[in-house]
Design a protein around this ligand. Structure first.
Ligand SMILES: [Zn+2]
Length: 278
């Protein structure tokens, strides 16, 4: 039976049960230090939406966050030491970070299942694959990548600076793209996801989203300047305790905005590629 033929009762039951499970998982993640209070709330909302779409989608979302949190913890001391002048500390995900990475995915797969539109499900996979490719590139690049170079002009940039890329980071994003393409291939056994080249569409989406993230990070993202240290940073208050000021890019274009836009690129590329290849 197609999941699209589900009754309204089945939907409501799963959404209610999903809200309970999402609340429990979000509370556990908060206790483990992977989420802040706002992050816990946003994880509850996105988790409930993903569960209403289907248990498989919820499992995918949880898998993404658990793997990302594990990657963040991996060599955390070394990464923190490298990025101290650039990024404000704290590995726990805030609400805006959860929304920026998982929000579009949850909305698209819920809409796709409700409307019975398989292309929206592929777009949702593309959005989350783009988020994963970017997150993994950052975390692995900071551990093994050496000095990152700007995608804009190839000049060396500080570790953690947006728009900087490393070979190790690129390899990690390619691995994420391949993993999500493989998962999409597996999920096509589910009658909800259309057959055709959905896996290839998701692969392209992940790589495009990751590249878009680097380009936006190097060009439009807000960069701040510390007068005391005479250095670029993303911190509002620098590690020298001086207040920094916006000096380049678009003021409201934060790292979270860029991450969200990368998932938009991922969703659009998945949609277009799936249409063209399907
Ligand atoms: Zn400073």
């Amino acid at each position: 039976m197609s999941p699209f033929a589900e009754t309204a009762d089945a939907w409501i039951m799963r959404a209610l049960l999903g809200a309970l499970v999402a609340a429990a998982v979000a509370a556990l993640a908060r206790r483990a230090g992977a989420l802040t209070t706002s992050g816990q709330w946003m994880a509850f909302v996105t988790g409930t939406a993903a569960t209403a779409a289907g248990w498989g989608w919820a499992a995918l979302l949880v898998g993404y966050f658990v793997l990302s949190a594990a990657l963040t913890r991996w060599g955390a001391e070394r990464k923190r030491a490298r990025t101290l002048p650039m990024l404000s500390g704290g590995s726990a995900r805030r609400g805006v970070q959860v929304a920026a990475n998982g929000g579009l995915f949850a909305v698209l797969v819920l809409a796709g299942e409700l409307r019975g539109d398989g292309a929206l499900l592929v777009a949702g996979m593309g959005a989350l694959a783009a988020a994963a490719a970017d997150t993994w590139a950052t975390e692995v690049g900071l551990l093994f990548g050496g000095t990152p170079r700007s995608v804009r002009n190839g000049a060396p940039v500080a570790p953690g600076e947006s728009g900087g890329v490393t070979l190790a980071g690129f390899a990690a994003s390619a691995a994420a793209a391949l993993l999500f393409a493989a998962l999409t291939g597996l999920l096509q056994a589910d009658p909800g996801l259309p057959s055709g080249r959905a896996d290839l569409a998701v692969l392209l989406a992940a790589m495009s989203g990751s590249v878009a993230d680097s380009i936006l990070g190097a060009t439009l993202q807000s960069k701040r300047w510390c007068d005391q240290c005479r250095t670029w940073t993303e911190r509002r208050v620098h590690n020298c305790s001086y207040r920094t000021h916006h000096a380049r890019g678009i003021r409201w274009m934060t790292n979270d905005t860029v991450n969200f836009l990368a998932t938009v690129v991922g969703a659009l590329v998945a949609l277009l590629a799936f249409g063209a290849l399907g």
